[in-house]
Design a protein around this ligand. Structure first.
Ligand SMILES: NC(=O)NCCC(=O)O
Ligand SMILES: [Zn+2]
Ligand SMILES: [Zn+2]
Length: 471
């Protein structure tokens, strides 16, 4: 069925203008004034912005972690994402040392197939990079379209990889056109600081933040950036939380290194004092890296504005307060790390960013959608409103005022980290490849309709085309 979205203001990463959009066969087929197609359903977007569906580059749906499994799965997580104006998520596929990579990928396909309501893709975790692993990667890039690889520099004895693995991953990415992602914190130093705190009897949630100071994030970010320069490769630093890390990214970029940075809503709008909330409530705000002193927020906003940071990931990794976060009662190091962010990512960026004059409307679209689509090989199918793009479209009311609350959110968990926060703006209608997923703020999508997306390689879209990979 054809559709025409009319009377709205289209916003892309580059432009803001009034026009109608014609949608046919999953795609945008025309953009212009007073479009007509006699058999089209007409959707009125009067008073609203019409922008590309959000691309969330960082989620952990149904992920085993911290002795439990993150609560939102590919069904509840993608429904919540759609309510929030996101139409594509890229989730992290965990791997186990010694296990064929394809097995791990198959586990992630089994979790997501028949569940996701919007389109999705995977990054792949690299925990070791010997010849055996290296030999598997080109086929995985070709067959699975997985072109980004995540290395953890923290979580000692769990996910943490050593510097040799990081460096070899960077070299591999250079050769094959992949993008390396890092969780940049110095896991060895954190491990020492945590045991020191616990020995002294410091067990409350606030010690999670105090044992992961900004210096350990800045150090690891700088190390990863230097190794990227040495390998002449490309790096994407996930969940940047502090000034120390921003400085290292900016320094590397000023040297011409291909280093990119993502921050998350929690670092822009929450701060370290939340971890001191009584009755163990501080556990709700345990992320790694941790929430920082409030002044870091403005540094992050300025980095988004100036382009030193480019994207916003939700780092969705939700755990119930009761029954999951409380695994860490009496020992902060056992609190599952992560929180529910997938639904509020776009709204927080709009309300705290655009409405408060920190970023422009076009920067907002770039940060929450376009730049991730470009960096991760999905553009221009995803991440923009253009003829030929998938019709992933959000109709967004920029003036409605509302209060975020667990009572009205759609994530599966028993709290919302922004509880009581007033925001301006809300998605009203969301389409995924031309089909309504959210219509007039109601879910009308279909479980399992989301499609797995194979992605292009980094150097097919951004860097000069490598002779070996002519496109
Ligand atoms: N960030 C966090 O605390 N949890 C999710 C896993 C990760 O990204 O490190
Ligand atoms: Zn991480
Ligand atoms: Zn994460």
């Amino acid at each position: 069925m054809k559709k025409i979205i009319e009377n709205g203001t289209i916003v892309t990463a580059a432009d803001t203008y009034k026009a109608d959009i014609l949608i046919e066969n999953e795609q945008i087929t025309a953009i212009g004034e007073n479009l007509d197609a006699p058999d089209a359903e007409r959707i009125d977007a009067k008073g609203c912005y019409v922008f590309p569906g959000g691309v969330d580059p960082h989620t952990h749906l149904e992920m085993p972690f911290g002795g439990t499994v993150s609560k939102d799965d590919f069904e509840t997580g993608t429904i919540a994402a759609a309510f929030g104006g996101t139409t594509t998520v890229i989730d992290f596929c965990l791997t186990n040392k010694g296990e064929p990579l394809q097995n791990a990928i198959d586990v992630w396909h089994a979790k997501s197939k028949d569940k996701a309501v919007i389109d999705y893709s995977f990054h792949l975790m690299i925990s070791e990079l010997n010849k055996e692993v290296l030999d598997q990667l080109p086929a995985i890039m070709d067959n699975e379209g997985i072109t980004s690889f995540k290395v953890f520099m923290a979580y000692k004895n769990v996910f943490q990889a050593d510097d040799e693995t990081l460096f070899r991953t960077l070299k591999m990415a250079k050769e094959h056109g992949g993008l390396v992602m890092v969780h940049a914190e110095n896991g060895d130093v954190i491990d020492y600081l945590v045991s020191e705190a616990l020995e002294k009897g410091n067990t409350d949630p606030i010690y999670h933040a105090l044992t992961r100071p900004p210096e350990v994030e800045g150090e690891a970010t700088g190390r990863a950036a230097q190794l990227t320069g040495l390998a002449d490769s490309q790096l994407y630093v996930v969940h940047v939380s502090c000034a120390e890390a921003v400085e290292k990214i900016a320094e590397a970029r000023s040297k011409g290194f291909n280093v990119w940075g993502e921050t998350c809503p929690q670092y822009l709008a929450l701060d370290q004092s939340y971890l001191e909330r009584p009755n163990f409530e501080g556990a709700k705000y345990v992320w790694s890296p941790p929430l920082r002193e409030k002044w870091h927020q403005e540094v992050l906003w300025n980095a988004l504005k100036s382009g030193q940071l480019q994207t916003l990931g939700s780092d969705q990794c939700s755990f119930d307060f009761k029954g999951q976060k409380d695994l860490g009662k009496g020992d902060f190091s056992k609190i599952p790390n992560g929180g529910p962010m997938i639904e509020d990512r776009v709204s927080i960026l709009f309300s705290e960013g655009v409405k408060k004059g920190r970023i422009s409307l076009n920067q907002f679209v770039d940060i929450m959608s376009t730049r991730s689509a470009k960096l991760f090989g999905l553009y221009p199918k995803k991440g923009t409103i253009a003829v030929g793009a998938d019709a992933d479209v959000v109709i967004f009311d920029p003036n409605v005022e509302r209060t975020i609350s667990v009572g009205s959110h759609h994530m599966a968990v028993d709290y919302n980290a922004f509880e009581g926060m007033k925001v301006t703006g809300e998605p009203v209608t969301v389409l995924s490849r031309g089909d309504f997923v959210i219509r007039d703020k109601n879910f009308v999508g279909e479980t399992g309709k989301g499609r797995y997306l194979k992605r292009a390689r980094y150097n097919q879209l951004l860097a000069p085309v490598d002779e070996k990979l002519k496109i």
